[in-house]
Design a protein around this ligand. Structure first.
Ligand SMILES: NC(=O)c1ccc[n+]([C@@H]2O[C@H](COP(=O)([O-])OP(=O)(O)OC[C@H]3O[C@@H](n4cnc5c(N)ncnc54)[C@H](OP(=O)(O)O)[C@@H]3O)[C@@H](O)[C@H]2O)c1
Length: 272
């Protein structure tokens, strides 16, 4: 086995602390820096980012690019950027790295801190194919040559998560308004979600071919259903932002001639 690279972690929030801990556990010599002084067992804490830049690899995990960008200098040898951002922000950092002679890996973490260092954690990365230390955090998955792609996958997958969680919370509030507990209701939602996920490949194919004929469920009936969910939520004194937003979007697709088509046809409105 060759000599391990030395690694620094910038940002010791919930995620950065988990990353530093995983690197220590993998046997790396780890240096950490955080705005608010913090320690990680068996890692060396330093008072400035510049001291951290002496390591072979610098992993950043800060809240946003606005926070991260002013800290970066060309003293960094290899930057493994795990701060969440937009594809444009990732591309901008890749360009900065190229112009400054810094080797660059752009990654996103598809896991919560408690999963870091386990095989449940997937780290999507794009641009440079050499992933340096990402294997210490979970399974590295290269998603393409363009440095912005990992961020694109991240936001797309998180969008599904936020929509699902929002839908679940609306449902829990609705059931709770009639005294049905989450404990009683949740088992039904997990099997429902599993069933829904089996429909996605066909839906994806419909969006690709733009052929929306259906003998399953027409958009018309789903627009009516969303109106019913909005009315029922309102009648129970609940917020109606989410069902109303979906109702508005689906209704626009219906108004543009997709009433007899499948739900997949709503993408025609989204793509506009
Ligand atoms: N938590 C997750 O489940 C998760 C999952 C995937 C990806 N991520 C991504 O990982 C990144 C960090 O998330 P987190 O959960 O660790 O967030 P967090 O717990 O809120 O930590 C934020 C980090 O950013 C630092 N920071 C904030 N403002 C700063 C400033 N003006 N100057 C210098 N440092 C500053 C904080 O330093 P202080 O301690 O001094 O405030 C802290 O180290 C985010 O981009 C997030 O989207 C998180």
């Amino acid at each position: 086995m060759g000599i391990k690279e030395t690694v620094s972690v910038l940002g010791l929030g919930r995620m950065g602390s988990a990353l530093a801990k995983a690197l220590v556990e993998e046997g790396y010599e780890v240096t950490v820096w955080n705005r608010t002084p913090k320690t990680v067992p068996n890692a060396r804490s330093v008072g400035t980012p510049q001291e951290a830049f002496k390591s072979d690899v610098v992993v950043t995990c800060l809240s946003t690019y606005d926070v991260q960008e002013p800290l970066l200098t060309n003293e960094i040898k290899t930057l493994v950027n795990l701060t969440s951002g937009t594809p444009e922000e990732a591309r901008r950092t890749a360009q900065w790295a190229k112009a400054n002679g810094v080797e660059y890996v752009d990654g996103v973490i598809m896991a919560v801190p408690q999963q870091i260092g386990t095989e449940q954690a997937r780290i999507l990365f794009s641009g440079n194919e050499k992933h340096h230390v990402l294997h210490a955090f979970g399974e590295p998955v290269h998603v393409g040559e363009d440095a912005g792609l990992a961020a694109l996958y991240d936001l797309a997958l998180l969008g599904i998560m936020w929509a699902t969680f929002g839908g679940y919370l609306q449902a829990v509030a609705l059931m709770g308004s009639e005294g049905i507990t989450p404990e009683r209701f949740t088992p039904m939602t997990t099997s429902w979600l599993n069933e829904m996920s089996t429909l996605l490949p066909e839906m994806g194919e419909e969006t690709r071919t733009r052929r929306y004929e259906t003998d399953v469920s027409a958009l018309d009936i789903n627009v009516s259903g969303l109106r019913l969910l909005t009315e029922a939520s309102r009648a129970q004194g609940l917020d109606t932002t989410l069902p109303q937003a979906l109702h508005g979007l689906f209704e626009r697709a219906q108004g543009n001639g997709h009433g007899a088509h499948s739900i997949a046809s709503v993408i025609e409105e989204i793509r506009k």
